[in-house]
Write a protein that binds this ligand. Structure first.
Ligand code: ZN
Length: 439
């Protein structure tokens, strides 16, 4: 991207004049950032740094704290691994200044260790975060490949002004070379050399743009400081409580636990403006007390929810039963005058279904919808079951309006070999139905 304004042009010109990253800085990073390992098999250890292999009589317990390579003197972490290569990739930064700008230079370092040979190293400066005196960040970086993988850099691309991308913040949150140079304004705002576990870029920007950071720094509230640097919006809700701590000279030592504790105080409507609550002498004890209280409350709420659900379930059962009773009553009212009708030819026996319960059993046995479609509620429809002995053969619907057979169906709505015989038997006796209607 071409520099768009005078400031960006100035930064591009200054960027080109920065000294290369020094060998001393890179050596520090290799020693400090990488994990240095020894490959262990049954009785031998191999140094991942120099490739030296030696016999080891040490037991597992002896090497839990690591070992020292007898050849190169590296302190090594013992890895029981069959893997023969070990690749690592990290970022570190150099915090420096340049003509009134604060600059954080981000360097990628890689190591590849192959068992039995000396590890190889690689480094390249991939980005610079230029912080302007009013707290704006301008990023000069190499080109990145597509995707979100942090290590996809085009190493031979030029360092240029690049539009913002979250990846720059992610890689900037890294270890920094211990020798740090900052603009005088940062010292005035309370910076004494430590970033207190915050990302140096975010920390410095915050120290220019957010007075809370300066206040926390000067009050020695180092544990909670990085939370404000990284999540200023989220932390806004506890700022007043933090001010109470500062006023009372109470130093927050475990920031995460303290924030959880404040959330719990708020949950229980305790006064978070009261030092008695927000500055507990024994934070862990008070925190645990509230957590236990919250858990008991949750259990109570769960039990209450279960109880309500059970009441609802019973209520719905009761309604269902009521509805069924009401349906039985309606059905009997409409159709009881047909209940004693029986047509028989000596083989088949055809009878009106006597209750809603019978509709249910008929539908279930015959796998059709005589029950589910509420045939028992249809005033102009009369439903018979044709049986041989106890066996259900077909279900017959007769229209009380036309006295015609609307349908007669066997299991799964299929006709049976008795279909015609059933139709004839019903037709022959339809006069009896008519008689009952006019009775
Ligand atoms: Zn070695």
């Amino acid at each position: 991207m071409k520099p768009k304004n005078a400031q960006q042009k100035q930064i591009m010109a200054l960027s080109k004049r920065l000294n290369p990253i020094t060998e001393k800085q890179v050596t520090w990073a290799y020693n400090h950032c990488f994990e240095h390992i020894a490959y262990r098999t049954k009785s031998t250890l191999t140094c991942g740094d120099c490739g030296h292999t030696w016999k080891s009589e040490a037991t597992l317990a002896d090497t839990l704290c690591g070992c020292t390579c007898p050849h190169c003197g590296a302190e090594l972490k013992v890895n029981d691994t069959r893997k023969r290569t070990f690749k690592q990739c990290y970022y570190f930064c150099v915090v420096t200044t340049c003509k009134g700008f604060q600059v954080v230079r981000i360097v990628m370092i890689k190591s590849t260790s192959k068992k039995g040979s000396a590890a190889t190293y690689f480094y390249k400066e991939v980005a610079q975060r230029w912080i302007t005196p009013d707290g704006e960040i301008i990023t000069v970086a190499r080109l990145r490949g597509m995707g979100f993988y942090a290590d996809l850099w085009c190493f031979d691309s030029d360092m240029e002004i690049r539009p913002h991308h979250d990846i720059y913040n992610i890689i900037s949150d890294c270890e920094h070379y211990p020798r740090v140079r900052v603009l005088p304004i940062f010292k005035r705002n309370g910076f004494k050399g430590s970033f207190h576990n915050a990302s140096p870029v975010k920390f410095l920007q915050s120290l220019l743009t957010d007075s809370k950071t300066e206040t926390l720094l000067k009050a020695g509230q180092y544990a909670i400081l990085p939370h404000f640097v990284h999540y200023p919006h989220r932390m806004g809700s506890v700022w007043n409580a933090v001010k109470i701590c500062i006023r009372n000279g109470y130093i927050i030592k475990d920031a995460t636990m303290w924030c959880d504790y404040i959330d719990l105080l708020k949950h229980f409507d305790k006064d978070t403006q009261n030092a008695k609550y927000v500055c507990p002498a024994d934070l862990k004890a008070e925190h645990d007390k509230l957590v236990a209280m919250r858990n008991r409350q949750r259990e109570r709420q769960n039990r209450e929810r279960e109880r309500r659900r059970e009441i609802e379930r019973q209520e719905s059962e009761r309604k269902k039963l009521e509805r069924m009773q009401e349906n039985e009553r309606l059905y009997a009212e409409m159709k009881s005058k047909f209940f004693d009708l029986v047509f028989s030819d000596g083989v088949l026996r055809i009878q009106v279904l006597q209750s809603v319960q019978e509709f249910y059993e008929e539908g279930k046995t015959m796998h059709h919808c005589v029950f589910t479609n509420d045939y028992y509620l249809k005033p102009d429809s009369l439903v018979f079951s044709a049986r041989i002995g106890e066996k259900r053969i077909e279900t017959i619907e007769v229209s009380l309006e036309t006295l015609q057979i609307v349908q007669s169906r066997g299991e799964c709505n299929q006709d049976t070999q008795y279909h015609k015989q059933i139709i004839n038997l019903v037709r022959k006796n339809i006069g009896l139905v008519q008689q009952r209607m006019s009775a």
